[in-house]
Design a protein around this ligand. Structure first.
Ligand SMILES: CCCCCCCC/C=C\CCCCCCCCC/C=C/C(=O)SCCNC(=O)CCNC(=O)[C@H](O)C(C)(C)COP(=O)(O)OP(=O)(O)OC[C@H]1O[C@@H](n2cnc3c(N)ncnc32)[C@H](O)[C@@H]1OP(=O)(O)O
Ligand SMILES: Cc1cc2nc3c(=O)[nH]c(=O)nc-3n(C[C@H](O)[C@H](O)[C@H](O)COP(=O)(O)OP(=O)(O)OC[C@H]3O[C@@H](n4cnc5c(N)ncnc54)[C@H](O)[C@@H]3O)c2cc1C
Length: 560
């Protein structure tokens, strides 16, 4: 994040100076924004950067305990430099949060520079999976940096100390986070596809119950409950891959527009990166845990690869923006869009469907049979109607409040659900668009169509309350969707293993004895067990100190 921050907020000159050093690992940088007291609320950060015109320097300082930088990855032990986000103060006025390049450690002996206190913040969730990352703590005691180490693409401070705001939106300060959020969506698909690959392959070899006359037991992958839990996750892995590909296109397009000072899609980029990051990471974290449970007891072994995957993945729901905070950002933009509908201003991009407000507010879903749910037009319209009606309902309720902000606060739980509905519509839309494309490979398109329908109808089934409460569907149509879902599972089953083999993960990358490509799980589990350090001695350490005295004492007591 050190590099994209300099690329996005540094001048050409600053990029020429600092990026080659970073690329060649002549310096190691981190992104020091979050503090002990503030993470979500960036504008609440307390670290100060006060301009000293006498020396043409900024004085970086941590005025309070809560202003200590806290969490930045790589900060504790590895980084020599940081992009530090601090309150810019010049001529006695606070201009809010800006980025500054600050050297933290000597390039000679890696010792912290004068006025810099830093270290690691300690162990984190799980069996230490994330402990390979030195998330750090950092405090400044009046550390001086040259004025030209303020990232000056978005705004400047002159030699005399005058603050100058460039003619670019100040939100570009948040650009690095937008960049990482869009990459996290693609990474959600990677993490989810790993978990699903393990769970599908293991479910195909695991047999339990159902033996007839001594014959083989039933593959657990054949149980309807296993399919109804697992196949929506398989479909989600593909869904997140395709929406992640689209989001990368959107991000690239926005970045190109920014180059020519076209800021028209900045809001769309923010809403989509924030919302898709929130929805895909929450779903993926839940799905990895579900995949662990789908593997029964063996899923709880470290050798399954699932506990570590979960422990490493779950902070994705928090880092790069807490998911609730990000969804509320989407909700704000939805409310702004709804308020503009009466002005005649046509919504664009992923909000364009809201322009069909007259139709969608009164449309009746035309589904009459289970098979009708295989028609993408019916799915698309049902999801559009649900999302729009939820947004309009929120806007109407907010409108009844004494003031907008109070109304937004009071209705924030409903707004959260409206934001999720809008983002799920985007995911479904992009999946439908993907399967409408020419897709090479014999039968591949049909399989992806099945998965697209599984993702859409599973999501509809899971959020049926929204669809019924907004009148977007009738209970009968909801039941028909569930009926069609069961038929789709039967169509996915024969290709389930092929659909996870298609991720083409090596056994090494998968890191799971349950997900081995050859399915030879039981010998691998047994072999792995003996590698456990506890098995280095046949009689366990502690026997003589603890077990033997206890056993002897109990034996003596039993003879009394
Ligand atoms: C076996 C192991 C295997 C493991 C396998 C899986 C591995 C895991 C998966 C992947 C691995 C790799 C993943 C990638 C690496 C990830 C590393 C993560 C490191 C983490 C880094 C961080 O966390 S950095 C810090 C992140 N912090 C945040 O995100 C803070 C969140 N808060 C904010 O963004 C802002 O405070 C907030 C937007 C909430 C509020 O802004 P504010 O200005 O205070 O107020 P507001 O009025 O809401 O907004 C004003 C105005 O600006 C618009 N706006 C806001 N944000 C943006 C933006 N980003 N872009 C554009 N516009 C923005 C907003 O809409 C408002 O507009 P108007 O209404 O005024 O028009
Ligand atoms: C593994 C990991 C790596 C990280 N790496 C970095 C890094 O490299 N650089 C960096 O700068 N930071 C980093 N962070 C910090 C991270 O960005 C923050 O933790 C994250 O932005 C969440 O902010 P917070 O901790 O202040 O959460 P809080 O905002 O304090 O969240 C606490 C609760 O409050 C709720 N909440 C907060 N505000 C509102 C609101 N307005 N309305 C409703 N509910 C609200 C949240 O939803 C949440 O439930 C990292 C964090 C982790 C876990």
């Amino acid at each position: 994040m050190f590099v994209p921050a300099i690329k996005g907020q540094g001048t050409e000159e600053q990029q020429k100076k600092w990026l080659p050093l970073a690329y060649k690992f002549q310096i190691i940088g981190c992104y020091a924004q979050t503090e002990l007291g503030h993470g979500s609320n960036v504008q609440g950060l307390e670290t100060t950067a006060t301009f000293d015109p006498m020396t043409d320097e900024f004085v970086i300082h941590s005025p309070t305990l809560t202003s200590s930088k806290w969490w930045p990855g790589g900060l504790g032990k590895a980084s020599t430099h940081a992009v530090v986000y601090a309150r810019l103060i010049t001529e006695g006025k606070d201009y809010g949060i800006h980025g500054f390049i600050v050297q933290l450690r000597s390039l000679e002996d890696h010792s912290p520079l004068p006025g810099v206190t830093l270290g690691d913040i300690g162990g984190k969730f799980g069996s230490g999976a994330y402990n390979s990352m030195d998330n750090g703590v950092l405090r400044f005691d009046h550390v001086r940096i040259p004025r030209d180490q303020m990232l000056m693409r978005l705004s400047q401070v002159t030699r005399e100390g005058k603050y100058v705001q460039s003619d670019v939106p100040k939100q570009l300060l948040y650009g690095t986070m937008v960049y990482v959020r869009q990459s996290i969506v693609a990474d959600a698909s990677k993490a989810l596809s790993r978990a699903v690959c393990i769970a599908v392959r293991y479910s195909a070899i695991r047999k339990q119950f159902g033996s007839q006359d001594g014959g083989p037991e039933t593959q657990v992958l054949n149980y309807r409950t296993q399919q109804s839990r697992l196949f929506p996750l398989l479909a989600s892995a593909y869904a997140f891959r395709f929406v992640g590909d689209w989001l990368n296109w959107l991000y690239t397009d926005v970045t190109q527009k920014l180059e020519v000072k076209d800021y028209s899609t900045l809001q769309e980029a923010h809403a989509c990166t924030a919302g898709l990051k929130a929805v895909t990471t929450s779903a993926t974290a839940d799905a990895i845990e579900e995949c662990r449970k789908l593997c029964g007891g063996h899923g709880y072994l470290n050798s399954s690869g699932l506990p570590e995957l979960f422990a490493v993945y779950v902070p994705a729901c928090t880092y790069e923006g807490d998911n609730v905070v990000l969804l509320l950002q989407v909700a704000r933009i939805l409310m702004k869009t709804v308020s503009q509908l009466t002005s005649g201003k046509q919504p664009v991009g992923t909000m364009a469907y809201m322009g069909k407000v007259q139709h969608l507010m009164q449309s009746k879903c035309a589904v009459k049979t289970a098979e009708d749910w295989l028609n993408p037009a019916f799915i698309q319209e049902a999801f559009e109607a649900r999302a729009l009606r939820m947004a309009v309902n929120c806007a109407q309720n907010i409108g009844q409040a004494s003031n907008q902000e109070e109304g937004f606060y009071e209705r924030s739980p409903d707004l959260l659900e409206a934001a999720v509905a809008h983002i799920q519509l985007i995911i479904v839309t992009k999946f439908i668009e993907k399967v409408h494309q020419d897709i090479p490979g014999h039968g591949v398109k049909e399989q992806l169509q099945n998965l697209c329908n599984v993702y859409a109808l599973y999501t509809l089934h899971k959020h049926l309350g929204d669809f019924l409460a907004t009148g977007s569907l009738t209970p009968k149509q909801g039941a028909l969707a569930n009926e069609q879902l069961g038929k789709l599972y039967a169509q996915v089953r024969p290709n389930a293993v092929a659909l996870v083999d298609a991720f083409n993960y090596t056994d090494h990358y998968l890191g799971s004895v349950l997900g081995r490509y050859d399915g030879n799980v039981y010998p691998a589990l047994y072999e792995e067990a003996w590698k456990d350090p506890l098995n280095e001695t046949v009689v366990p350490e502690g026997y003589h100190e603890y077990l033997r005295p206890l056993l002897k004492q109990q034996l003596k007591l039993s003879r009394l």
